[in-house]
Write a protein that binds this ligand. Sequence first.
Ligand code: WT7
Length: 655
Amino acid sequence: MSQNGTITSYLDENRRFLPSKEFLATAGHTQSEFKHLQKLASGDPLAFWDQMARELQWQHPWTQTLQGEAPFVRWFEGGKINASQSCLDRHAHSWRKNKAAIIWEGEEGEVVTLTYGQLHKEVSEFAALLRSEGVGVGDRVAIYLPLIPQCAVAMLACARIGAIHTVIFAGFSSDSVRDRVHDSQCKMIITADGGRRKGKIIQLKKIVDDALSDIKEECVKTVLVYSHLKIDMAMKAGRDWLVSEKLAQLKNGDQSAASLDASHPLFILYTSGTTGKPKGIIHSTAGYLTQVSATAKWVFDFKDEDIFWCTADVGWITGHSYLVYGPLANGATVFMYEGAPLYPAPDRFWSMIEKHKVTILYTAPTAIRTFMQSGDEHIKKHDLSSLRLLGSVGEPINPKAWMWYHSVVGQDRCPIVDTWWQTETGGIMISPVPTMTATTPGSATYPFPGIDIDIFTQDGKTCEMNDGGYLVVKSPWPGMAQGIWGDNERFLDTYWSKYPSVYYTGDGARRDEHGNFWLMGRVDDVVNVSGHRLGTMEIESALVSHEVVAEAAVVAIDDEITGQALVAFVTLKNDATRDSSLHELLRNHVAQQIGAFAKPKAVRIVEALPKTRSGKIMRRLLRELAQSGQVHGDTTTLEDIGVLQRLKELDQEEA
Ligand code: WT7
């Protein structure tokens, strides 16, 4: 059932690792505290979430923990809250005022530290600026920024006034920016002159200009620009403003934290699905914040001395939940790095861990495999003794990479938390708790307390032990998505129609004799390349939008570093001339349509695609062919067996 088939190789994995004595001796929380919570959650999940929610700062308490029927439920109904107060005000008004909230390092090695006091001040001022620009409760604001502290400032400022932010990863192309801004009808875009990547400058403001140049309706009234790199840029009169100048003009602005309903939307984040159009996942304020705050506290075992580095970009859900909202709600110090992992040298990560004394590292398997390949010597020359806990997220981590992470990076002392969750779940759903859980390489272990997860057969029964099935969530959880922006039908259809009142994750999984969950990859046309979620349909639509392309079929194959990689099979229009530069041209076309990270690994130009008699492209055959050069599966439904023969011949020619 899995697209990448990796699970078969983990079936015999039975190594078990208990938290080391060293870890337990200095852990932030005790086993008995957690056992108490587990007990509470298993007896009364709502009472458990109530207790978690009480750790936030509320303006007015809620009257009902959970209201309504899945999927349209409301958590903490009646409560009034503002996410920026839980993340900032209460810390800024405590002894944490001078504690670092964000330590940022740029690619060129520059370092900026913002204390809770400073971050609170910056966010409050920026909130006042947003208000003075006419942004109000419920308005959508796009944020298209490199990974700099201003990203967190902009997000929290939106939260402060009740505007709904939609962060667009700075690797997305102008077309993708335009689609997202248009879909959510943003009133404003917050961007920067540029960002850095591998020593090069990416001119973000220019990309925004391109995106806005052909937007049909004029929804965007204002573009606020941070001068991050101090490079020249064009400014459109009446629309574009420098943040620094606007702030200097602002007097006596309203910096207050709006009083918002618990289920007021905090943000929209676009993610890929099985159609060509990305979906704007909506998250609530209180439910989302409760889940990310509680999971951050228990899964990352936060204590006040920690320096927590989540390597994700803020443009993805991991950056929202564990670089901004989760850690800041806990008053933790986060480390943020704008730049490429191996730049300017393969030891960049390890030198920063040593320099900033990072204690917890949360990264993706694709990064782990890249480091593994670049050689242990880059790690061994640095003192990583500050590290006490390691995390993994985004895709299944293969046992070999897990063991390497454990022994080389963690020096056998740091527990690993392999955390399973999704953009739609808001926060972590399945993960070890480092003080408690015996971990097995490759398994995300057990559901977090209060999370009701199961594995279903096709007809909705719980799977037998070790049988693969569909991963589902049977009861509402606080961080659950509230919908897809502007498309309730798609929301119901994608997640809530396969099984009544049960959330369908789109992942395959099995459970072993210890109750450990083993994730088996996506069961739909969503693939995971370097921890980035991509829909094969999206890439196909990008390809067919090129004038020479007639048809395209995109499949995923296993890749040692990126987990999965994309191979595109393309047929050309009759009059198109085929030359050797066409492959590269089409790869670049995808980069231009979506973003460079979505480029297929290979483009194959073929005469015809294998189809069933009813005209459906048989992607399964293409996948087999791309993966192994062979087709073993059933080909009886294939309309023209000759097509397959010609594809195989082409494959041999290319090899
Ligand atoms: C998909 C969600 C979770 C935030 C980053 C990605 C896969 C995620 C794991 C894991 C196995 C994982 C799933 C999921 N996934 N974490 N620990 N083990 N698979 O968020 O872009 O929404 O992607 O990533 O397939 O459905 P996303």
